[in-house]
Design a binder for this molecule. Structure first.
Ligand SMILES: *Cc1c(COP(=O)(O)O)cnc(C)c1O
Length: 378
């Protein structure tokens, strides 16, 4: 089995590594002696820069998950026959750490993200891992990369855990060996110039997923399925697409790679999790906040016709997407069958702003965390 493992970076990279002591007994830490230059905080962008180190963990049926290692961020050597390239047997997740106003690094609902990562894995025949154990390794990685943490409000470190199938095999079957990586990317404020409502095209031809498919799992195949529609919408001047259900092409599911909320009158509506929708942590946070704050929030099916009717009646107050990257992303314009509607005068809605402020102030330790969602790394 051993020779099937990815060749670890130090075997072919120019840097040398210094072993470091940690409090976690089974974790090997190899620190680079060739640190990169930090990017400028104003030029971070999203997912463009990677920090100096990454976490790697390998799995084989004989050994289970073995040799958790933090090592210099580098290329990995794989053969073109590797299963993940051919059949997309992989899962990922995405969360953030925030440098708070008190100088502490915080994670938000970290266990929920790693539980979802395990849930996605199960759907792709990828072996389960111990979520608490990985979170310990992640925290160690964040401490090692502390200097990389951008500090202004709105910035964060985007954490991308992924697991890929690693067998070299062209027969269509589940791989036996896997590797987990966690890479870190310092990211800029999503709304550097304040909220900007987006322009959305309702996709009527293609589907992101279908009942019985992989829509509720964070797996690369879903994103591959979305590229054509998204690029086509962008070429027509839209930011993203609105996905309808695959069967009736009527029920609203998601917006781009975000969950979606509608405020009609004084009710907040979001489509229910019936298998084709990714169970967003931000979606769940918004529902819980809304319930606690006594907003009326309903998980129910909502059709594109209902949205247009509400707009015609003047009761459609706000539409927004929810997700880790932007937290809340207001929809300013929506186009369906050639008819474009403008929502809330193309401005950020009252509830969107309120929910955004509540969540982000928890991220940066600016308000008390009454939900117990944040954990301090250091
Ligand atoms: C990740 C993701 C979301 C949002 O989930 P969060 O946990 O809130 O980041 C929504 N839809 C899709 C398709 C996603 O991949």
């Amino acid at each position: 089995m051993e020779d099937n493992f990815f060749i670890r970076s130090e075997n072919f990279s120019i840097f040398t590594v210094n072993f470091m002591e940690t409090n976690i007994s089974n974790l090997t830490v190899k620190k680079t002696n060739l640190p990169k230059k930090f990017p400028k905080e104003s030029e971070l962008g999203f997912g463009v820069h990677f920090t100096d180190h990454m976490f790697v963990w390998d799995y084989s049926p004989d050994t289970g998950w073995v040799e958790p290692t933090i090592q210099p961020y580098s290329s990995v050597l794989v053969e073109p026959g590797c299963v993940v390239f051919h059949y997309s047997q992989a899962v990922f997740d995405g969360l953030k750490s925030f440098l708070g106003v008190d100088g502490k690094i915080r994670l938000f609902r970290v266990k929920d993200y790693f539980n979802r990562f395990n849930r996605s894995s199960a759907g792709l025949c990828i072996p389960q891992f111990d979520a608490d154990e990985v979170i310990d390794y992640l925290k160690e990685l964040l401490i090692i990369e502390k200097e990389w943490h951008p500090s202004s409000i709105g910035t964060s470190i985007y954490i991308r855990p992924l697991i890929v199938a690693r067998d070299n095999l062209l027969g269509v079957k589940s791989s036996k060996t896997f590797s987990m990586f966690i890479v870190l990317s310092p990211v800029g404020a999503y709304y550097a110039e304040g909220f900007s409502p987006v322009k959305i095209l309702v996709e009527e031809e293609h589907s992101r997923t279908a009942p019985g498919g992989l829509g509720d799992l964070k797996t690369p195949a879903n994103y591959a399925a979305s590229l054509f529609s998204t690029e086509r919408a962008k070429s027509k001047g839209f930011t993203q697409v609105l996905w309808l259900d695959a069967v009736e092409k009527k029920w609203i599911e998601e917006v781009g790679t975000m969950n979606i909320f509608f405020r009609i009158g004084d009710e907040l509506i979001t489509p229910p999790l019936e298998g084709t929708i990714l169970p967003g942590i931000t979606r769940d946070s918004i529902i819980k906040i809304a319930k606690r704050e006594k907003f009326k929030v309903t998980e129910r099916r909502i059709s594109i016709d209902e949205v247009y009717e509400a707009h015609a009646k003047g009761t459609l107050k706000e539409i927004f997407g929810s997700g880790t990257a932007a937290v809340v992303s207001p929809v300013g314009k929506l186009s369906y069958r050639g008819k474009m509607i403008t929502i809330n005068n193309n401005e950020i809605g009252e509830w969107s702003q309120y929910l955004y402020d509540i969540i982000t102030s928890m991220h940066y330790g600016k308000s008390e965390d009454v939900y117990g969602w944040t954990s301090i790394v250091e």
